[in-house]
Ligand binder design. Structure first.
Ligand code: ZN
Ligand code: ZN
Length: 360
């Protein structure tokens, strides 16, 4: 990301701060700090004030911060909050917001005890997250590259799936192939779930060995150049059973219908409803136990959530997943997930791996 892009983001944040009646914001979330400043270290605080911002970090990150950010950098020799306190004393701000969803209680207490008397501390949620919901062309380019890495790794690793191999082995191979192709890490713990374990929507891989005549569900994403991707595909070991084929067809129909419903201006809840309608027609909506999708970017779960009661409308430039699924105890689960860019007239699908039930 260019320095210009960070500066422009801070200017947009400043507008938001004015709208909610704040003079400055203390940013605690590492992803939000990265978004506004470019800094990727694990220990930092950002004081956003006007289009200016001061990054506070510790000496381990002194060189890195100087390289990565155009913000003023303050290197704290002790606790970051102590250094912040010194800055606040000189700050011309009375109404100071802080990211209440990203601060621990102990840190909050230390902060509250240290702000100068003329400053009012106000909890704030989701301000920077709101800015992050709509991606720039450069960000979409990075998510596209992340998705490419994810797909290439999947195509390579899935060939190793056969009876007798453990879920752990497949997960390790997927992660290895992603890193080998330039990912910093997986975007989340790779899900490899076989047989009845695939009925757990968020199964962690285990020592279970793959068996013939069973499902294999892989949900994976790369984190590349800071940006996540997310994809789910399902395979069957051996000749596909009629039940698996029937369930898969229904989920695919729901996924395609929801994808078809995506476009700027439509509510996130309406897209979710569309997937549910299709599954209801198949008598399967009771087995669909999570929301239809989520935004992604610097983090794997971002605004918007595509679920019931979500009033948020989709906007061009949002990057979201569409991932309906059905989960049946003892039999297993089927989910199909793509990452797509919302456009004015519809969406652009970044996931190109075929969605058919893969016969292994
Ligand atoms: Zn996923
Ligand atoms: Zn997802």
């Amino acid at each position: 990301m260019s320095e210009l892009e960070h500066k422009e983001r801070r200017a947009r944040l400043q507008h938001l701060l004015e709208e909610v009646g704040l003079d400055a914001l203390i940013v605690f979330s590492p992803a939000n700090i990265r978004y506004l400043s470019g800094f990727t270290g694990s220990n930092g605080l950002l004081l956003a004030h006007g289009a200016e911002a001061i990054l506070i970090t510790d000496p381990r990150y002194e060189m890195q911060a100087a390289e990565q950010t155009d913000c003023r950098v303050k290197v704290a020799r002790g606790p970051l909050l102590k250094a912040l306190q010194a800055l606040l004393g000189r700050l011309q701000a009375r109404r100071l917001g802080f990211e209440s969803a990203h601060v621990r209680y102990a840190a909050y207490r230390a902060l509250a005890a240290s702000v100068p008397a003329q400053i009012r501390l106000r909890p704030q949620e989701g301000l920077v997250e709101e800015l992050r919901a709509v991606k720039s062309a450069a960000e979409i380019g990075k998510i596209r590259a992340s998705m490419e890495t994810c797909q290439a790794a999947f195509s390579e690793a899935i060939r190793r799936a056969r009876p007798g191999v453990t879920e752990f082995e497949i997960a390790a191979e997927l992660d290895y192939q992603m890193r080998k192709r330039g990912a910093e890490r997986p975007a989340f713990d790779t899900i490899v779930a076989s047989g009845p374990r695939s009925a757990l929507p968020h199964a962690a891989p285990s020592t279970r060995t793959l068996k013939a005549k069973e499902l294999l569900l892989v949900d994976m994403g790369a984190q590349r150049d800071g940006y996540a991707s997310d994809m789910t595909r399902v395979a069957w070991l051996g000749r596909i059973s009629r039940k698996a084929a029937r369930l898969h067809r229904a989920v695919l129909e729901a996924q395609l219908a929801a994808l078809d419903h995506v476009r700027a201006g439509r509510s996130a809840a309406a897209v979710d409803r569309r997937a549910r309608q299709v599954l209801r027609a198949h008598g399967l909506d009771g087995y669909f136990t999570h929301s239809t999708g989520h935004g992604l970017g610097l983090e794997i779960h971002e605004t918007p959530r595509l679920g019931r009661g979500e009033r948020r409308r989709l906007e061009a430039g949002m990057v979201i997943t569409i991932e309906p699924g059905v989960y049946m105890e003892r039999f297993g689960g089927i989910r199909i997930e793509d990452t797509v860019v919302v456009t004015r007239t519809g969406s652009e699908n970044l996931t190109r791996i075929p969605k058919e039930l893969i016969e292994l």
